[in-house]
Design a protein around this ligand. Structure first.
Ligand SMILES: Cc1ncc(COP(=O)(O)O)c(C=O)c1O
Length: 304
């Protein structure tokens, strides 16, 4: 594998114009990282890039990673196998695997080997002993954590931060905290990085993010907002989904309601509530994950 194949042109930035933004005198733009790569898009690519480079430098012949059956990370990792001709194993949260689930079908079609485990075993995904066992089961493999979040992932997100024009606020959806950590590390000190937690009771993520930032963090200040989960992980309200559809129709901006839709809906509410001072510039990061729409349709959670 040659590192040059990982060099991608930067994704575009889309400016949003709307009477609310004019009334509140704020500027809103979207970094369209969903358009970064045709199949491994968004923060998944940002987080995988340096993991794959690391794997290559360690001369590992495969990687092992973890994901739920509908996970964007599983999809992106499978796509990376296909695109870069890699061998990949995924430990998938079971207890059973629905072979008709679109993410699983795609992962199989990409040639990824799936190992379904029960929930109890899956909970061990960050446990040192369990990881040792996996390492002996898959010798010469590089282990990538769930969601792709580790120090190597941060390097890719720092590149994203450094590609952005100056703005007062950079906002992203937060699940494991890797993306907000990378953005905080890579953004200028006068930028405020805001993470919209997409899960309930997400305050524990503050510690996870601080830990990811330990090596002398000298970037931007950051803040995690935990009241915009709209029902919790994988859940969403009708308002969030209606907003996603409206954004697609009005701005040709595709969103899904689990991550990016929640994030932009939250930004909209925050603008209404005058959270951002007049004159602020806000950069919202579209972190991709649009494959998730197929999973939501498959489960009958959305109709279109
Ligand atoms: C589309 C999308 N956006 C945002 C996130 C959250 O990123 P992080 O886990 O780095 O906080 C995820 C999950 O990883 C995701 O799939």
């Amino acid at each position: 594998m040659d590192n040059n194949q990982f060099l991608l042109p930067e994704s575009p930035i889309q400016e949003i114009r709307h009477p609310l933004l004019e009334q509140k005198q704020v500027k809103l733009a979207i970094k369209r990282d969903d358009l970064l790569h045709p199949v491994i898009s968004g923060n998944k690519w940002r987080k995988l890039k340096y993991n794959l480079i690391h794997m290559q430098s360690k001369r590992c012949d495969s990687f092992v990673t973890f994901g739920g059956a509908f996970s964007n990370h599983l999809y992106a990792s499978a796509m990376a196998c296909k695109t870069f001709n890699l061998k990949g194993h995924a430990i998938v949260r079971g207890p059973i695997l629905d072979e008709n689930n679109p993410t699983i079908r795609m992962a199989r079609a990409c040639g990824m080997t799936l190992h379904v485990v029960d929930r109890k075993t899956y909970r061990l995904r960050n446990d040192g002993d369990y990881l040792q066992t996996l390492q002996s089961e898959f010798p010469n493999s590089f282990i990538i954590p769930e969601g792709g979040t580790n120090q190597a992932a941060l390097s890719g997100v720092i590149e994203l931060a450094q590609s952005l024009p100056p703005s007062n606020y950079v906002v992203c959806a937060t699940g494991s905290g890797g993306t907000i950590a990378g953005l905080a590390k890579g953004s200028p000190t006068n930028t405020n990085v805001i993470g919209i937690a997409v899960l309930k009771q997400a305050d524990y993520l503050n510690d996870d993010i601080s830990q990811l930032l330990t090596n002398s963090h000298s970037g931007a200040s950051w803040q995690l907002l935990t009241n915009h989960h709209y029902g919790g992980y994988g859940k969403f309200t009708d308002d969030v989904w209606t907003f996603c559809q409206l954004m697609r129709q009005t701005y040709q901006l595709p969103l899904e309601p689990i991550y990016t839709g929640k994030m932009l809906f939250a930004i909209w509410q925050l603008i209404r509530q005058d959270y951002f001072p007049r004159g602020s510039t806000i950069m919202a990061i579209h972190t991709g994950g649009l494959q998730g729409l197929d999973g939501l349709r498959y489960r009958g959670l959305i109709s279109r």
